[in-house]
Design a protein around this ligand. Structure first.
Ligand SMILES: Nc1nc2c(ncn2[C@@H]2O[C@H](COP(=O)(O)OP(=O)(O)OP(=O)(O)O)[C@@H](O)[C@H]2O)c(=O)[nH]1
Ligand SMILES: [Mg+2]
Ligand SMILES: [Zn+2]
Length: 309
């Protein structure tokens, strides 16, 4: 019995990366007990597993090791079931753009909240900056200050022109990095730019909707060596684009703890169970009023709060 890293999952087949660098396809043993029944996928990319080599040369996955962390979303909008996107992640890179298809702060904040809830460090990488005019740069700089103020690294890159990649490489070298965002923002193009030769499939935007066409269809880990950091492997996780990020439930009281800039002030609220919406003596609202917390982030907080029953 040996241990391996799951680098791709497609249906009931899993691709395993072995310690010697070779890869093997395998299936999960039939009587594997699911952890509860809430998750649609018992094994996700990033999982470490024990396997046995079978006579036909495939692997039989016997057990999944405990996860250091993982990130989940709702399988479908109204579903109670959850889908584990990946596990054992060092950094979530939210790939966004003010070009097309434009990313809203609402979308970014839902992903950030989820990263906070699962204790995964996050950064925002704005791609396609080659398309920015002065006006978009102004919007960008405003957004950047909002997110930097909230404690998140913000980078600007162009996968097309190869700009801004040095800082990104510096940030991700030697780590396991999950790239997530809308279809068409350029996740796969960015991975190709980070590692020439990776040759991931990149798709044109749809002519009529100006959105991506869901070119990447399953999550996959690509172990690469960055030319700037030749001594360590970096694990890039490319994922399918997501339209809306379906968050998994938490309570109204928990939510503000997943906004770092609110977490920093909420001990000053008059009521311990303050939801920072209508309560008097709210330190969060005070911070919004005097500019320490961005009104946009606060509005996104209220939007998420509204969806919690
Ligand atoms: N102008 C410009 N276009 C880019 C850039 N990066 C990617 N694109 C284009 O954006 C389109 C979508 O790129 P993909 O890499 O397939 O996007 P994706 O995020 O992987 O999309 P899905 O796999 O569908 O989730 C392609 O036409 C790319 O050429 C960039 O930096 N600038
Ligand atoms: Mg892709
Ligand atoms: Zn409050």
């Amino acid at each position: 019995m040996t241990d391996a890293l799951v680098i791709r999952t497609t249906g009931s087949w899993y691709r395993l990366l072995l310690p010697d660098g070779s890869a093997l396809d395998g299936r999960l043993r039939g009587n594997y007990r699911l952890r509860g029944n809430k998750q649609t996928n018992p094994v996700a990319v990033g999982d470490r597993v024990d396997y046995a080599l079978q006579d036909d040369g495939t692997a039989l996955i016997l057990d999944v090791h405990d996860r250091r962390n993982y990130i989940v979303r709702r399988a479908t909008k109204l579903s109670k079931q959850t889908h584990v996107i990946a596990s054992n992640i060092d950094l979530l890179c939210i790939v966004a753009t003010l070009g097309l298809p434009r990313t809203s702060t609402g979308f970014i904040d839902r992903l950030l909240v989820t990263a906070e809830a699962y204790h995964i460090p996050a950064a925002i990488v704005f791609n396609k900056v080659d398309l920015y005019d002065n006006e978009l740069w102004e919007v960008h700089n405003e957004l950047k200050s909002i997110y930097v103020n909230a404690g998140y690294p913000v980078l600007e890159v162009s996968a097309l022109e190869g700009t801004g990649l040095d800082m990104l490489k510096e940030m991700i070298a030697g780590s396991t990095v999950l790239f997530s965002g809308h279809s068409g923002v350029g996740k796969s193009a960015l991975l190709n730019a980070l590692c020439p030769g990776l040759d991931l499939k990149v798709g044109q935007l749809s002519d009529w909707s100006l959105k991506g066409k869901h070119t990447t269809t399953f999550a996959e880990i690509h172990p690469i060596t960055l030319s700037s950091h030749p001594s360590s492997l970096t694990y890039l996780i490319d994922t399918p684009g997501i339209k809306e990020f379906g968050m998994v439930d938490f309570t109204a009281q928990e939510l503000s703890h997943f906004f770092p800039e609110m977490r920093a002030v909420l001990h000053g609220c008059r009521f311990a169970n303050c939801t920072h919406y209508h309560e008097p003596g709210c330190a969060v609202k005070e911070a919004v009023d005097d500019g320490r917390i961005s009104p946009e982030r606060y509005q996104n907080y209220l939007n998420i709060l509204e969806g919690i029953d």
